[in-house]
Design a protein around this ligand. Structure first.
Ligand code: NAP
Ligand code: GDD
Length: 351
C-alpha cells in the first residue's frame, strides 16, 4: 500500500519540493490550499494530474489553518500516514505589520493541526516546520541544545508551535517532530525574501529592465541552504525510529552583503552601482547571526547538505536570468510590489 501524506503549505516553496519528493517515492499526496480569487498554485502546476484520471496521486483540498473544524474533517477523510505542517505567514518583516494574523496562523494554526490529528483519531506522524528564528538573539553556532530568544512576532509564534508540538509528543505519545530549519532558498523562493529579491534584481538590471534594488541591513549573517535538500531532511526525520527535534543547516554563514557581491559578480556587474538603502526593510528587532550546527541530523539521519549560501547565489542568479525572458510584465510588477510594504515603524526605543 502506498503511503499517504498531507502537506499544509503545499503551494509554498517547501511544500512544492516536498510534494515532488513524496510523489517520486510513490506516496499519495494531499495538499491544503487556500481559496484565492487568483490561482495560487504556480509552484505545483507541473505536478497536477486531473483527479478523475486513474494516474492521479496528488489531491488538493480547500482549507485554512484558521478553520479548525475543517481541519478535523479533512484529517478524518484523508487518514494520512504522515502530516507535514508547513503552512504559515512566514515573512519576518511582515509579522511586525500583521502580528495578530501571524500569531493566529503561524502559532495557533499549529495547535489546530495537532488537535485535528488528536480529535480525528488518525494514526499519523506529524512534522512541524520550526525555524532557526527561534534562536534570535542567541549567538551562533546554534544546535538543538541552544536556548531560544525569539526576536519577532513570527519567531514568537513559531516558539509556541515548537513547544506545543513537543507537548503533544510527551502528553499523547504522538510521533511529532520539530525540524529547526535554517534559511533555505531556491529559484522558487518567495520574491520578497532577501536572496530572491537580490537575484531577481540582478537579472532585471542585467536585462536593462530595472535600475536599482533597495535593501535594508546588509550586515546580517545567515546560513543559507538549498530547499530541495532540506525537504529531504524533513522526510528523513519522519522515517526515524523515534520522534525527535533536529537542526538542518549547512554550518556556513555569510552576510547579506557577501550574497549581494557574489550575485552581482555572477552577472558581471558591480553591486555598489545598483544597491541602495531603504529603511523600510529594517526590522524593529533584527536577528544578527544564524549559523547552525547540524551534527545531530548528520549522525542520526545521515543528512548532509551540499550547497551553501555562496553556491546558492550563483545558482539562483542563473535561474532568474534564464527565467526573465519568459516572465513578461508581471516580473517587473512584482518587483514594484514589494515597495508597498508599510513604509515605516517608529524605531524609537526599539534597539
Ligand atoms: P512560503 O513559501 O511562504 O509558503 C507558506 C505556505 O503557507 C503557502 O503555501 C501559503 O499559502 C500557506 N499559508 C499561509 N497562511 C495559511 C493559512 N492561514 N492557511 C493555510 N495555508 C496558509 O514558506 P516556505 O519558505 O515554503 O516555508 C515553509 C514553512 O517552513 C513555513 O512554516 C516557514 O515559516 C517555515 N520555515 C521556512 C524556512 C525557510 O528558510 N524557507 C526556514 C525555517 C522555517 P499561499 O500560497 O496561498 O500563500
Ligand atoms: N526580506 C528582506 N528584504 N530582507 C532584507 C532586506 C530586504 O530588502 N535587506 C536586508 N535584509 C536582511 C533581513 O534584515 C534579514 O536579516 C536577512 O536579510 C534575511 O531576511 P529574509 O530573507 O526576509 O529571511 P529571514 O531570515 O528574516 O527569515 C527566513 O528564514 C527563517 C529561518 O531563519 C524566512 O524564511 C522565515 O520563514 C524562516 O523561519
Amino acid at each position: 500500500m502506498a503511503k499517504r501524506a498531507l502537506i499544509t503549505g503545499i503551494t509554498g516553496q517547501d511544500g512544492s519540493y516536498l510534494a515532488e519528493l513524496l510523489l517520486s517515492k510513490g506516496y499519495e499526496v494531499h495538499g491544503l490550499i487556500r481559496r484565492a480569487s487568483t490561482f495560487n498554485t504556480s509552484r505545483i502546476d507541473h505536478l497536477y494530474v486531473d483527479p478523475h484520471s486513474p494516474d492521479a496521486r496528488l489531491f488538493l483540498h480547500y482549507g485554512d489553518l484558521s478553520d479548525g473544524a475543517r481541519l478535523v474533517t479533512l484529517l478524518s477523510s484523508i487518514d494520512p500516514d504522515e502530516v507535514y505542517n508547513l503552512a504559515a505567514q512566514s515573512h519576518v518583516r511582515v509579522s511586525f505589520d500583521e502580528p495578530e494574523h501571524t500569531a493566529d496562523t503561524t502559532g495557533t494554526g499549529t495547535i489546530r493541526m495537532l488537535e485535528a490529528v488528536r480529535l480525528s483519531g488518525v494514526k499519523t506522524r506529524f512534522y512541524q516546520a520550526s525555524s532557526s528564528e527561534l534562536y534570535g538573539a542567541t549567538l551562533p553556532p546554534q544546535n538543538e541544545s541552544t536556548p531560544f530568544y525569539p526576536r519577532s512576532p513570527y519567531a514568537v509564534a513559531k516558539l509556541y508551535g515548537f513547544w506545543i508540538t513537543r507537548n503533544y509528543r510527551e502528553a499523547y505519545g504522538m510521533f511529532a517532530v520539530n525540524g529547526i530549519l535554517f534559511n533555505h532558498e531556491s529559484p522558487r523562493r518567495g520574491e520578497t525574501f532577501v536572496t530572491r529579491k537580490i537575484t531577481r534584481a540582478v537579472a532585471a538590471i542585467k536585462a536593462g529592465k530595472q535600475d536599482y534594488v533597495y535593501l535594508g541591513n546588509l550586515d546580517a549573517v545567515r546560513d543559507w541552504g538549498y530547499a530541495p535538500e532540506y525537504v529531504e531532511g524533513m522526510w528523513r526525520m519522519m522515517q526515524a525510529e523515534e520522534p525527535d527535534d533536529y537542526v538542518l543547516a549547512t554550518g556556513v554563514g555569510i552576510t547579506v552583503r557577501e550574497f549581494v557581491e557574489i550575485a552581482f559578480e555572477r552577472a558581471g556587474l558591480d553591486w555598489e552601482k545598483y544597491v541602495r538603502f531603504d529603511e523600510r526593510y529594517l526590522r524593529p528587532t533584527e536577528v544578527d547571526a544564524l549559523i547552525g550546527d547540524n551534527s545531530r541530523a548528520r549522525q542520526k539521519l545521515g543528512w548532509s547538505p551540499t550547497i551553501d549560501g555562496r553556491g546558492l547565489a550563483r545558482l539562483m542568479v542563473d535561474a532568474d536570468i534564464e527565467a526573465l525572458p519568459h516572465a513578461g510584465h508581471p516580473w517587473i510588477d512584482k518587483v514594484r510590489l514589494e515597495s508597498w510594504i508599510t513604509p515605516t515603524f517608529s524605531n524609537a526605543g526599539m534597539a
